[in-house]
Structures are given as C-alpha cells and as structure tokens.
Write a protein that binds this ligand. Structure first.
Ligand code: G3P
Length: 216
C-alpha cells in the first residue's frame, strides 16, 4: 500500500518526507501551473528528494507519440525515479509502448474505463491512473472502476500497478486499497487528514491530563 503525494510543491513534499510514509509523487500540468515554476526544475528538485526506486511522475503534453517521447527525454535523464506520465489516448498509448520498450517507467493517466486500463497494461505501463473523483463527478463509480481494473489485472497476472488518483476524501483511500489499488496519490491535505482523528485528540488530551495529575 504505497502513498504518493499529488502536488508540485517541493516545499510541501519536503515537509512530509520526514514522516517516512511517502513513497512517491505525481504531478500534472494543472499542479505545475499552480506552482508557476519551470516544470523541469521542479521535477529535478522532487526527484532529488527520493531514492532511485521511488516514482516521481512528470506529465508530457503533446499531439503525437513521438513528440511525447521527445519531451520526456529531459525528464528521464534526471534520474531513474522519474516516471513519464502520458494521457490514455491512442498517441499516449503509443508513447507508452515506445518508452516502456526502452525501459522507462510510464504512468498512463486520465483513465476512466476498464478498457483503457487493459490497453495501458498491454502498452507496458508501469502505472495506470484511474481518476476516482472525476468518475464520481460524472455519476458513475470511481471506486468500482479501481476494483474492476484491479480484478482484471489480478486475473491475468498483469504487473501494471493501479494508482488511484483524483482522490477527494480519506474514506476513499481505504476503499481504494481494499478494492485492490497498489498506490493512492493524495493531495497533501487528504494525507494529513488520514492521521487526524477527533477521538485520538480527545483521548490524548485526557491521557495527558491524567498523567499530569499523577505526576503532581
Ligand atoms: O494527478 C491527477 C489527479 O489526481 C487529479 O485530481 O482532483 O484534479 O481530479 P483532481
């Protein structure tokens, strides 16, 4: 059960690393826009924070597969923990095939159906990213999609990992893992909510009071 942070903020990632609970990072053009910095420099700084076997997804946006492959070069040269993120389109799948044949890790993103996930696996994707929240926004089940993908991968011994993305609340994290996700990528605020619990805070307050009374 791996946890990635879904952010392009180097500072936020750094501040969460000491927990020892963060296994990687995903970024996308919208998250990059929020930071307003050079994406290559952002990915370089994030990549430097993680070991070689971690994953830092850098998304490439282009019309054709070959343009996507070209755009990925500066990113993949940063380190072996950089994963190229491509959209689940015909061109994106072709780019995935080319990159994975060349031993690069690929995350196929914007996945909204089991059929897309099957093609991503066949194209050699290391990760497939079903968008749980955006599926729910469109009135079908995001977590059911995670389950459907995980089930078909398990049945056919597929090594592509299911990376549940577009997670909007803590409950979905537990469910996504229960349904077979290998990884959940979380906005930092959702990760922080995972360890916060009102009953933990209340219980701790009472224990601290009792301890203080015992010690005089
Ligand atoms: O990394 C992509 C994904 O997590 C986007 O989430 O909330 O914009 O649907 P969201």
């Amino acid at each position: 059960m791996k946890i990635f942070l879904d952010t392009s903020s180097v500072e936020v990632i750094r501040s969460h690393l000491s927990t020892g609970l963060i296994d990687g990072v995903t970024t996308n053009p919208s998250l990059m826009l929020k930071e307003g910095k050079d994406p290559l420099e952002v990915i370089r700084r994030i990549s430097d924070l993680f070991p070689d076997d971690a994953s830092v997804s850098a998304e490439v946006t282009a019309e054709t597969a070959h343009e996507m492959v070209e755009l990925s070069r500066p990113y993949t040269s940063l380190g072996s923990n950089v994963t190229v993120k491509v959209p689940c389109t015909r061109e994106g799948l072709e780019a995935c095939y080319i990159l994975s044949e060349n031993e690069f890790k690929v995350n196929v993103t914007l996945v909204f159906s089991q059929a897309q996930a099957i093609l991503a696996a066949k194209a050699g994707a290391t990760f497939v990213s079903p968008f749980v929240g955006r599926v729910d926004d469109n009135s079908f089940g995001g977590l059911c999609l995670v389950k459907d993908i995980a089930n078909v991968y398990a049945k056919h011994n597929v090594s592509t990992q299911v990376l549940a993305a577009s997670i909007r609340n803590v409950r979905e994290v537990g469910r996504a893992f229960e349904y077979g996700a290998n990884i959940c990528t979380l906005p930092p605020a959702i990760f922080d909510k995972m360890y916060n619990h009102i009953l933990t805070d209340d219980g701790l307050r009472r224990f601290n009071e009792d301890w203080a009374n015992l010690m005089g």
